[in-house]
Design a binder for this molecule. Structure first.
Ligand SMILES: O=C(O)CCC(=O)C(=O)O
Length: 265
């Protein structure tokens, strides 16, 4: 644990105000370089499959990472600082429901401004509740102005989306771009209105996303297929985090088909 309880409180305070916090230089770069190597063949296979119908906009690909080998790393998904902040903002006993990546390539464009979840209670039109779905993002390269920095807006996680969009259009709500070094971790409320920006370089810009839900929330559009062999060796913390996910035979860790195609709300 790198931070004290008082520092976790302070992160949680800033998160609740802004919709996100950044933990600089949090995960080891050499570990993420190894993730990058393991990611490359999976990415190439997904691009091959989705070339004519990219799943996140032009030249932008969403790849589910298998919960095995290097990607099934409790040093990442059980990180005690991340969990301490997630628990402060989304309540105790969160559920880990997503292990995936977003990668724009050259030729990608600005996405439309969006949130990653519908309203909790759509009939109210109101977003003013505490957080219930958290994304933890870290890149498998350094992210700069050229290779598709994540762009988001502060405070819009508690706003009605039309109000947020009107604010962006009028200039009352300012977009913020996040250049992230490999190793930096962003913890964000997926309700905040955000978008991907173009990657103008020849190198992919992979951004990992771990999804954590409030303890009672089930998101049917994502899951983590946990191989039985891994499940048997999970720590008590890991078992608790992964409790709503399917445990599958070891040779069926890859889902037969990707189902998370509707992503922007
Ligand atoms: O990759 C990014 O920078 C943002 C991607 C995103 O927001 C999405 O695909 O929902």
């Amino acid at each position: 644990m790198r931070y004290t309880a008082a520092e976790h409180d302070s992160f949680a305070h800033d998160f609740n105000r802004d919709s996100l916090v950044l933990l600089p230089n949090h995960f080891p770069r050499d570990k993420l370089a190894r993730w990058r190597e393991a990611f490359q063949p999976l990415f190439e296979a997904q691009v091959e499959k989705d070339r004519d119908d990219p799943n996140r906009g032009a030249q932008r690909f969403y790849v589910t990472l298998p919960f095995e080998g290097i990607f099934a790393d409790p040093g990442i998904y059980e990180d005690p600082d991340v969990l301490a902040i997630v628990e402060r903002v989304a309540g105790p006993d969160p559920v880990l429901c997503q292990l995936a990546s977003d990668t724009p390539l050259k030729g990608s464009d600005y996405q439309t401004w969006h949130a990653d979840t519908p309203l909790l209670f759509p009939e109210t039109g109101d977003n003013d509740t505490p957080s219930f779905q958290i994304a933890v993002n870290f890149a498998l390269c350094d992210v700069n102005d050229e290779n598709g920095p994540f762009e988001t807006t502060l405070g819009t996680h508690r706003m009605n989306k039309e109000e947020a969009l009107a604010g962006i259009a009028s200039g009352a709500v300012a977009p913020h771009r996040y250049k992230m070094a490999m190793g930096d971790v962003m913890i964000r409320d997926v309700r905040a209105v955000h978008r991907g920006t173009p990657n103008k370089t020849d190198e992919p810009r992979p951004m990992v996303v771990l999804g954590y839900s409030r303890r009672w929330l089930y998101r049917p559009e994502v899951n983590i297929r946990v191989p039985q062999g891994s499940w048997d060796h999970l720590s008590p913390v890991g078992r608790k985090l992964l409790r709503f996910n399917p445990v599958v035979p070891d040779d069926q860790v890859l889902a037969p088909a990707e189902s998370y195609r509707v992503f922007a709300y």
